[in-house]
Design a protein around this ligand. Structure first.
Ligand SMILES: [Zn+2]
Length: 58
């Protein structure tokens, strides 16, 4: 996988990268990489990934 931000396409190595895995923490499970939490949050908002997906709180 190249070092491009999943959200904006910038080179994440120039920033403070954040990686997202689905499932176990293995390279194969990596589904996203972002410059920083800002791009991560913006991506979530754009893709509506966080709507209705929180685990149940007591
Ligand atoms: Zn970015």
């Amino acid at each position: 996988m190249k070092h491009e931000c999943t959200y904006c396409g910038c080179d994440i190595e120039r920033h403070d990268p954040v990686f997202v895995n689905e499932g176990a923490n293995q390279r194969d499970n990596q589904t996203g990489q972002f410059c920083n939490y800002g791009c991560l949050a913006a991506y979530f908002e754009r893709e509506e990934l966080a709507i209705g997906t929180t685990c149940e709180l007591p």
